[in-house]
Design a protein around this ligand. Sequence first.
Ligand code: FES
Length: 167
Amino acid sequence: MMKFSDDKLKEVQRIINFYPDGKQKSAVIPVLHLAQQEFGGWLSTETMDYVASLLKLAPIEVYEVATFYSMYNLKPVGKYMFEVCQTGPCMLNGSDDIVKYIYDKLGIKPGETSADGLFTLKTVECLGACGYAPMMQMGKNYREHLTKEKVDAIINECRNEATAIKN
Ligand code: FES
């Protein structure tokens, strides 16, 4: 059965304590983030049920939140996730070409993960960096003013890092 480590459980309790008694539902977003980080980068039904039990919520209340926001992954993802913004300013500056180029390079469409398990492609709505269009989020960082050359460099950087970690 899945379970957070004692440290993470303390963190969950700390988050719950931010809110008044009976309002622990407000903790669902940060606790889902923690669960996603902790349990392989995505939220399985089992993980969401576990979060529901910790927060004393009905599972459906957790599913509703997890399925609403694009920042939660509902199936396994690659080590590196390219979340390409496809809203107006990014689209006008070529985000479709970037998505297509990633498909040409890695053979993945939005929602898919490469066979080597390294890359997942997602398309998302405005990430608030419209002045740097076209852009994507990768982990905690934004990659901006994307071009095909920049995408090549980012893919190489990820592959090199993954190889270095393996060796
Ligand atoms: S439209 Fe892409 S960051 Fe706003």
